[in-house]
Design a protein around this ligand. Structure first.
Ligand code: FAD
Length: 421
């Protein structure tokens, strides 16, 4: 297994621990009820993870984490990802919200929210996206006005997982509307039971159901100034930090879901006969299996590399984390679809879970920053790295036979295109 190369002993042990939990302690019935929207939020699942000290694995032991590196958390998340996107998200949220609390919040907020969250006693949610758009984070319109010892918060967020189910939200609000975009926003913790907080609409989703995804409305909500996370107008800094767990957990969960789909399809192909032969004997089938496991291993490698880069605080982490999110979630969608093709018509029914996996997997390409936004970040970082490299490697352009023909190397546009005929 690729993980034997990627993980150390401690990480392999953790992976096994989570694998046992997923195998023995999460009833199928929970997944089915969630997919039927009979459960609004899987609180018991979060409690069970908390009891086993499996939430926020990266955070210091002082606050209830295990002080492990990203590579360990990714390995654990692959195991949880087998259960589908909604339970994967329930596992991920303390890691995402915890990033803000652990790195930026006051001791008071850490005691009151981070510690109980990592024990599974409090459920958290993050509210970035607004009806007017999710990709343009800096355009947030939810406003928080500081007035003495409290903020008055007014606005709306949508597509918030656990809008129904969370005990508290971390909400990005505009606190400095006239400031430049990077100094305009703050992150404020808002308890779900504050007056004026309303979870209005729970969406009918294609997949990833049972996670309480809804719209949040803040109608002049009075919030103590001490609920501010980090400094006033420092939201952009916290956002950049939170994007690492957002994207690495999306990638980690996608590894597990793709693996689960491929395992179902591969086992099926070893049992199913057509024309007197097992379908795995047809290259049309077995090569899909080969492509699936190759893509999965490639996604694992890039996700673990991104985790290592994040652990070591490398400047390349920003590009690698975006690459991992995009590559692993695209891989997951592709592998789930190919798994459906492997098993044929029965794959389109709910006799097998692949149809649910296909529905779940589509979301991973959208949330935590769409894969188009990942491309935007990746190309931006790559141009910057390449064009500003103070010590570039060999310039291969000069290896062409006629590279000396400088007259043929025309880069400028003709004036007629820029100025017209
Ligand atoms: C089920 C579900 C759960 C979610 N959970 C949460 C949550 O818990 N908390 C939260 O805050 N948000 C959550 N989201 C929101 C999610 O992160 C956003 O939907 C996503 O970021 C896209 O924002 P948008 O839907 O407003 O699309 P838009 O931002 O309107 O984008 C529309 C399209 O335009 C493309 N696009 C936009 N700008 C560019 C650009 N500059 N270059 C190229 N393409 C571009 C996008 O890729 C997309 O294809 C969730 C969404 C869903 C569906």
């Amino acid at each position: 297994m690729l993980q034997d190369v990627l993980l150390n002993d401690e990480e392999r042990k953790l992976k096994q621990e989570v694998r046992e939990f997923v195998k023995n302690e999460v009833p199928s019935d929970l997944l089915k009820k969630m997919d039927r929207d009979e459960i609004t939020y899987p609180k018991e699942f979060v409690e069970a993870l908390g009891k086993r000290n499996l939430l926020g694995l990266r955070f210091s032991k002082k606050y209830g984490g295990r002080g492990l590196p990203w590579t360990a958390e990714i390995a654990a998340h692959e195991e949880i990802g087998v259960l589908g996107m909604a339970l994967g998200c329930a596992f991920a949220m303390p890691s995402i919200v915890g990033e803000a609390l652990h790195g930026f919040a006051s001791e008071e907020l850490k005691e009151k929210f981070l510690k109980p969250m990592l024990k599974g006693e409090l459920v958290s949610a993050e509210a970035l996206t607004e009806p007017r758009g999710g990709s343009d984070f800096f355009g947030a319109t939810t406003v928080a006005k500081l007035d003495g010892d409290h903020f008055m918060v007014k606005g709306q967020k949508r597509f918030v997982v656990a809008a129904s189910g969370a005990d508290f939200f971390v909400v990005y609000c505009k606190t400095n509307p006239e400031g430049n975009p990077r100094e305009r926003i703050s992150l404020i913790l808002i308890e779900a039971d504050r007056e004026g907080v309303e979870a209005k609409h729970l969406y009918n989703l294609l997949g990833t159901r049972g996670g309480g995804t809804g719209r949040l409305i803040f109608k002049d909500v009075r919030v103590p100034a001490s609920n501010l996370i980090g400094q006033l107008n420092q939201g952009a800094l916290i956002f950049n930090s939170m994007m690492v767990p957002e994207r690495l957990t999306s990638a980690g969960g996608a590894l597990g879901l793709a693996r689960a789909a491929l395992e179902v399809a591969t086992r099926y192909s070893n049992r199913r006969y057509t024309f007197g032969r097992k379908i795995r004997d047809y290259q049309a089938i077995s090569f899909k299996v080969a492509d699936g496991i190759t893509q999965l291993d490639a996604a694992r490698a890039i996700t673990h590399a991104a985790g290592k880069a994040a652990d070591e605080g490398l400047t390349s982490a920003r590009r690698l984390v975006s690459e991992a999110k995009k590559f692993a979630t695209d891989m997951c969608w592709e592998v789930c679809n190919q798994s459906m093709r492997i098993i044929g018509g029965i794959g389109y029914t709910n006799v097998f879970p692949i149809e649910k996996m296909v529905r779940d997997s589509r979301l991973a390409q959208i949330w935590t920053g769409t894969n188009e936004i990942m491309s935007l970040l990746i190309q931006h970082e790559y141009y910057k790295e390449l064009l500003n490299d103070p010590n570039p490697p060999r310039i291969s352009e000069e290896d062409a036979e006629e590279s000396h023909l400088e007259d043929e190397k025309v880069y400028e546009d003709d004036e007629m295109w820029t100025k017209g005929w």
